[in-house]
Design a protein around this ligand. Structure first.
Ligand SMILES: [Zn+2]
Length: 128
């Protein structure tokens, strides 16, 4: 059995996988990243590399500390959980809840992403 993606129409997705194998679309939880500085937020539905160009649109002045690729948020295609990983070529470290992000870590509502321990703080919310 397979299922068809509502977003791109790809029909051969494996049963049991929650995210589309062609485009990453997932008919479920949305990841919200809200800037503590500006109060503005972005809503992420598919795996996304977050860098300074995207961050400048909502995260205010401190987005300048981000690199072209700062971190990547991906969805586990089996469980649907959102996972964050630091982009290896980013100049400044990505922190999660005040600790340096070293490996892929699942995100939870209320978590705080920052650049270094305190710059450009983003609060995570996961919405159904
Ligand atoms: Zn798709």
């Amino acid at each position: 059995m397979s299922w068809k993606c509502k977003s791109c129409g790809f029909e051969a997705n494996t049963d049991g996988k929650v995210a589309c194998e062609a485009c990453g679309y997932y008919d479920g939880q949305v990841l919200v990243l809200q800037s503590q500085e500006t109060g503005k937020a972005i809503r992420v539905r598919i795996s996304t590399t977050v860098g300074k160009h995207l961050l400048r649109t909502f995260a205010g002045e401190e987005a300048r500390f981000a690199s072209d690729s700062q971190f990547r948020v991906t969805r586990d295609s089996d469980t649907g959980a959102w996972i964050i990983e630091h982009a290896p070529d980013a100049k400044n470290p990505t922190f999660l809840n005040g600790g340096k992000l070293e490996a892929c870590v699942p995100l939870e509502s209320g978590a705080c992403i920052s650049i270094g321990p305190e710059k450009m703080r983003l609060v995570v919310a996961i919405e159904a």
